[in-house]
Design a protein around this ligand. Structure first.
Ligand SMILES: C[S@@+](CC[C@H](N)C(=O)[O-])C[C@H]1O[C@@H](n2cnc3c(N)ncnc32)[C@H](O)[C@@H]1O
Length: 292
């Protein structure tokens, strides 16, 4: 089975997700804590055994849809049979330049009348219509029918990820204000990365919450910066115990990988290091055995 994908900028590479899944088997990991879920690619590979229990957190509404309406669901619940238009928040606010009336109205129609399973397919279709999945600019040259077509394809593709074997519990919440009071076999840490001054989620991804979940637009996003980065990592490691930690990072971000490696050495011993080439960057997967 291939890792689950939704075209998000910054999602882990396939190889990294597969390695995460293999580690769960090799180390006989049964409980996993995931403070920053994101597109859930890695856990789609870590959740392939029924004895595994996975707890995750994220502030994006789409993450709740992935867990509750796909990985934890047994069937594809559907409500929408043909494209219709509705005037809702996306139509009124037009979150992107060059988004046509037809596209905006279709998004509002699916987001308002669709099931969770359909809202998830809508989210992936929206991501696919933005430049390199960054959610910062709408691809002007996309035909109006592209969104409906991608939505239809995704409804079918998603089916392969219905009812994954593991047991998943997800919190649509800020990890730091809802810390778990338990320990895990593995803590899987794939935090937002800082390329310039802040993370992409609190800047461009907040639009997605508003478009796919008109009733979820209240969520505040957590803004990350390079200045408090190591403090935030310690905020995870000081507060949650685990036998192992898997840390996922990348090159060309701030702070650099060597700073984070020094920090993790305060908490554990490096047992495996993987490097995966991803376009012009290198993705790191570091596995630590907790010692402190
Ligand atoms: C780098 S992504 C995770 C990537 C993921 N592994 C993937 O493959 O897509 C980081 C995620 O952290 C989430 N996030 C940021 N601050 C958070 C917080 N305080 N609590 C929970 N989630 C948070 C963001 O919304 C984002 O989805």
């Amino acid at each position: 089975m291939k890792p689950w994908k939704m075209g998000f900028l910054g999602a882990a590479t396939d190889e990294l997700a597969i390695w995460a899944g293999e580690t769960v088997v090799e180390k006989n990991i049964q409980s996993i804590g995931v403070p920053f879920l994101g597109s859930a690619k890695a856990i789609s590979m870590m959740g392939l055994r029924s004895e595994v229990e996975i707890e995750s957190w994220d502030l994006q509404y789409v993450c709740s849809l992935i867990i509750n309406d796909l990985f934890n669901a047994q069937e594809p619940k559907r409500n929408i049979d043909k494209p219709r238009l509705l005037r809702g928040p996306t139509f009124e606010d037009r979150p992107f330049d060059h988004m046509s009336d037809r596209v905006a109205g279709l998004i509002d129609y699916i987001a308002t009348t669709g099931t969770g399973y359909e809202r998830l397919a809508l989210a992936t279709a929206i991501v696919g219509c933005t430049h390199r999945g960054r959610l910062d600019s709408w691809m002007e040259n996309r035909q109006d029918s592209a969104l409906w077509g991608t939505f239809q394809n995704r409804l079918v593709k998603q089916e392969g990820y219905l009812g994954l074997p593991a047991s998943f519990t997800h919190y649509e919440n800020d990890f730091y204000s809802s810390l778990p009071d338990r320990s895990y076999d593995l803590l899987y840490i794939d935090p937002p990365k800082i390329i310039t001054n802040t993370d992409v989620y609190s800047t461009t991804f907040r639009r997605l919450n508003r478009m796919i979940g008109p009733d979820h637009q209240h969520m505040e996003f957590d803004r990350w910066s390079k200045y408090d980065y190591t403090g935030r990592m310690r905020g995870v490691l000081d507060n949650v115990q685990s036998k192992h930690m898997m840390f996922v990072y990348t090159s060309d971000v701030r702070p650099g990988i060597s700073t984070l490696k020094i920090l993790f050495e305060d908490y554990g011993e490096l047992v495996e290091e993987k490097r995966f080439r991803h376009r012009a960057r290198i993705d790191y997967g570091l596995l630590y055995r907790r010692t402190a």
